[in-house]
Write a protein that binds this ligand. Structure first.
Ligand SMILES: Nc1nc2c(c(=O)[nH]1)N[C@@H](CN(C=O)c1ccc(C(=O)N[C@@H](CCC(=O)O)C(=O)O)cc1)CN2
Ligand SMILES: [Mg+2]
Length: 297
């Protein structure tokens, strides 16, 4: 058995960003419009600070306007909601993202609900959840599942029709939207979770495994059907024997790569696609708000 193809998420994301930039160039040249993305960060979580900085940097590199708002973790939910309301009304802002997780004293869903669904470039608003579940074409799709789908479609040369897929994990942010996207692509989809009976057996039936449980290296190589495509959404920091730390996914990479047909690594797999798809969603939102056709991306 040959080793799996390693899907290079970094290169793939760079390619998506290049296509987003070309689309932005078209919007500027043909319509005089520059898309704008507003990102709100509450508190000082170190990982969130890095993600928000990268979002701002990549937004500018794609030729779009970036607006960054930092609020202390002592800010009240009312103050955050007032900021969201202001961004909803700002015509220069086409996309709004509130970085998660929010501090404990805030209700994530209440904040997401306050975002104008047409500017909800995270795709987390109930209106966008509904649009995705009925297959509407005007919805905004959550960035991480969209990134997974783009990589899968590329791998299979476009069509996923008839593939047996399993999504391990049922979160609102990844598992459930991933289920809907794969179903829309005419896959036969199983959603597995902590109560699933015989999880290894369920995984072994799948041509596509999307692991999004948040448990380090839980999915083992002998759970994978030979030749299957494995998309690892997990980002888990674990301790090394020498006391340092390293990032691992939800899949045991070494054992899985000798069985799978293709596999995404961690880091450098799905992660970079999240921000690339955020930029893509911002262009999509901008085109929808201005009633102009979306340039190919
Ligand atoms: N409002 C949102 N909050 C959060 C989201 C989101 O999509 N919307 N997703 C995550 C964080 N996130 C972006 O916000 C994100 C996570 C990871 C990566 C990434 O590129 N990861 C790298 C590894 C990075 C590292 O070394 O730690 C990789 O996997 O290669 C990008 C964006 C939660 N919050
Ligand atoms: Mg609309």
């Amino acid at each position: 058995m040959t080793e799996a193809k390693i899907i290079d998420g970094k290169a793939f994301a760079a390619d998506v960003r290049g296509r987003v930039k070309s689309a932005v160039d078209v919007l500027k040249a043909d319509h005089g419009i520059t898309p704008g993305l507003a990102v709100v960060l509450v508190g000082e979580d170190p990982a969130s600070q890095v993600y928000v900085r990268n979002k701002g940097k990549q937004t500018l590199e794609a030729g779009m306007n970036s607006y960054e708002f930092k609020m202390p973790d002592t800010v009240s939910q009312e103050e955050l909601l007032a900021k969201v309301a202001e961004l909803n009304e700002d015509p220069a802002v086409n996309g709004i993202l509130v970085q998660l997780p929010l501090p404990d004293h805030m209700d994530d869903q209440a904040v997401i609900t306050a975002i104008d669904p047409d500017k909800d470039v995270d795709g987390f608003h109930l209106v966008n959840v509904g649009r995705l579940s009925v297959g509407a074409t005007d919805g905004l799709i959550p960035c991480t599942p969209l990134g997974c789908l783009l990589m899968l479609k590329d791998h299979f040369g476009g069509s996923l029709s008839g593939k047996r897929a399993i999504v391990v994990g049922r979160s609102n942010i990844v598992g459930k939207p991933m289920f809907n996207l794969l179903l829309q692509e005419s896959c036969t989809v199983t959603v597995a979770h902590s109560r699933t009976d015989d999880l290894p057996g369920e995984c072994r039936r799948a041509d596509i495994v999307v692991a999004a449980v948040g448990r380090p290296e839980m999915v083992k190589g002998d759970w994978i059907k030979p030749g299957a495509v494995v998309i690892d959404v997990g980002i888990n920091r674990i301790e090394k024997p020498d006391g340092g730390t390293r990032l691992v996914g939800d899949v045991e990479f070494e054992s899985a790569k000798s069985v799978a047909g293709a596999i995404t690594p961690v880091p450098g797999g799905v992660g970079p696609m999240t921000i690339a798809c955020l930029l893509r969603n911002t262009v999509t939102a901008c085109c929808q708000q201005n009633d102009i056709p979306e340039p190919p991306m």
